[in-house]
Design a binder for this molecule. Sequence first.
Ligand code: UD1
Length: 335
Amino acid sequence: MQILVTGGLGYIGSHTVVELLNNGFEVVIVDDLSNSEKFILNNIEEITGKKPAFYPFDLKRKELLSQVFEAHNILGCVNFAAFKAVGESQEKPLEYYENNLFSLINVLQEFKARNISNFIFSSSCTVYGQADKMPIDENAPLKTPESVYAKTKQMSEEILKDFALANRKKISLLRYFNPIGAHPSGKIGELPIGVPNNLVPYVTQTAAGIREKLKIWGNDYPTPDGTPIRDYIYVVDLAKAHVAALKKLISEKSETAIDIYNLGTGKGSSVLEVVRAFETATGVKIPYEICDRRAGDITMAYANADKAEKELGWKSETTLEEALKTTWKWQKYIK
Ligand code: UD1
């Protein structure tokens, strides 16, 4: 039961590795450390008491990837390795297309050559753009993507569907809403490089005094308090969904499967609600100012995650406040 986890030292990847190990899977990590740190590997071992195999290289290096498949009896893959900064993707489209698509294709080539099935892909609710109705279910139409990053997610989904149909493979596309929080141990979490783009890392860095104040990008949206609404899903809950999706693929009787699941809490929270929840959870005040809207931001996105509950037996269990408490513990650990 060896599972390849690409990008397994990254934010969602590392939490998923922990849950896979806790569920009796052996894990083989390939991660080029372009957006992760080696100490995460040691901390995964501290949390689980198990040591995953680790290969530090870029998945575009086909010959090295082939050697990993030679050395291990791989049963499936959970694929996280990708660049993910929306702004940067607009400035460096070729790098994003090359990295996110070629690395995916290289793993799929190995799957095809070695007759392996069971591929889980890390997708995003960004594929829906501003959906016409809430909550968003898996049948909502995919909108023209706003960024190169979002385009790579849509393209990857198409590549995977074609691959599954042509080669009779089992794949699962997991569309995450907004992942937040850290492991309760405080030993693994998100490591933003430079100034964070995402809300929760910016909030925790403000609480830690690294940032002076939070800039709230607009309070004139058509929402109850004027700030945009998102579905913030706890990263450990999210990681558990990967294990459930993988188990389903492995036990799937039919040769070909294309599973698509929204992974969210089903509940929307505004930016101001997140700030208040953080203050309540930690007792630390967050200074903020209201600024102009950020280009490309949507008003509202929250999930209908009923399909994941029905078919995977999975649902989000952790409250926003509990999740934010873990993020604060992690922030103090890395400070
Ligand atoms: C962003 C990405 C999205 C990606 C997702 C992953 C953009 C435009 N979109 O989505 O493609 O899939 O992260 O987590 O970057 N906010 C502030 N101040 C801040 C940071 C954020 O007010 O300093 C607000 C934003 O306006 C937004 C909300 O907080 O309303 C959440 O922002 P963020 O964490 O960046 O997530 P998304 O915009 O949903």
